[in-house]
Design a binder for this molecule. Structure first.
Ligand SMILES: CC(=O)N[C@@H]([C@@H](O)[C@H](O)[C@H](O)CO)[C@@H](O)CC(=O)C(=O)O
Length: 320
């Protein structure tokens, strides 16, 4: 059975796909992006071409180029590079899975197909199994994100006997707020040594209490250091400090959610905080507004989340 040499643990940044002002992928800044995550945020695992990375808005060749660049630039710097290879077409997904294995990625993840949808657990597993089989040496993660896929099959049900069907199954990336489902995934699989990655950053502490072994999220791109403080406090059984850290993070997320928060806004915030031009999102997404970025910047400052006192206005290129 394929197992990563080291278990995927701790924080995993759901990477942004940098783009030029003309909407082309801009892989030239990925090396700089790797250094920023490692050196400034202490984040050494990445999840590439997922929701934040607009994976489903890229064509196959673009997805392969982005994946390849992360593996290349992450060599000897990142611990694990997991590639999301989910697609509506099984063939595309298999092609991407095979490619991920060829380039030396550390794992693959797949969402449920979301147009012609699997209507029950067995059908979904059959789809996932066919993708996993295209990369038989790579650990496989199911990416559960029902609010976006519309596939509401409970993760708990899906995990029953999953390794009999998918021998490379390694774990779950759980991007949902149903902590009953999440808790039962952990509780019913205590013997399996699965990896449980939680994907709702503002609720991570609750998931840690339920047994999450790590977390994948968009905010770890720029709040990685802060979130690591929460993880450390939790590991030291200092629940009061961990809660303070979670509330601190929630104050920011709550603020931006009220303004309207998604991939476009993540790109703008990351450009602002890191100084790396992430560019605009691809249609159908729209650039974050200048008003959003100004407000987010003021909030980051007031919460002491900005590494330096004043920011170069050049970092605001992602905004109108
Ligand atoms: C719906 C969504 O984008 N969720 C984010 C969260 O990190 C989210 O941005 C955060 O919890 C703020 O709500 C991640 O789960 C997405 C993710 O891991 C990915 O990009 O694949």
């Amino acid at each position: 059975m394929a197992r990563p040499k080291k278990r995927l643990e701790g924080l995993v940044a759901a990477t942004i796909t940098p783009m030029t002002e003309h909407g082309e992928i801009n892989i030239s800044v990925i090396g700089q992006y790797v250094d920023y995550l490692v050196e400034e945020q202490g984040v050494t695992n990445v999840f590439v071409n997922g929701t934040t990375g607009e994976g489903l808005s890229l064509d196959i060749s673009e997805r392969q180029q982005v994946a390849e660049e992360w593996v290349k630039k992450g060599k000897n710097k990142l611990d694990q590079v997991v590639i999301h290879v989910g697609a509506l077409s099984l063939k595309d997904s298999q092609k991407l899975a095979q490619h991920a294995a060829e380039i030396g990625a550390n794992g693959i993840a797949v969402i449920a197909p979301f147009f012609l949808k699997p209507w029950n657990k067995d059908v979904l597993i059959n789809f996932l199994k066919e993708v996993a089989a295209a990369a038989p040496t790579l650990p496989f993660y199911y990416y559960h994100i029902p609010a976006l896929t519309g596939v509401k099959i409970r993760a708990e049900e899906l995990l029953v006997g999953i390794q009999d069907k998918i021998p490379t199954f390694q774990g779950l990336k759980f991007s949902d707020t149903d902590l009953l489902d999440f808790g039962q995934c952990v509780d019913q699989n205590r013997q399996q040594q699965f990896t449980f990655l939680f994907g709702v950053d503002e609720q991570l502490l609750s998931a840690l209490a339920m047994g999450a072994t790590g977390a994948v999220g968009s905010t770890y791109n720029y709040l990685g250091k802060k979130t690591k403080q929460m993880l450390e406090a939790f590991q030291q059984n200092d629940f009061s400090s961990a809660l303070n850290h979670q509330f601190h993070i929630q104050r920011f997320i709550n603020f931006v959610v009220k303004l309207g928060f998604g991939v476009s806004q993540t790109k703008a915030i990351m450009s602002l905080v890191s100084g790396i031009p992430m560019g605009p999102p691809r249609l159908p997404l729209q650039k974050a507004s200048r008003e959003f970025t100004d407000n987010a910047k003021a909030k980051l400052k007031s919460l002491d989340f900005l590494p330096f006192a004043d920011l170069n206005s050049g970092n605001l290129e992602a905004c109108d």
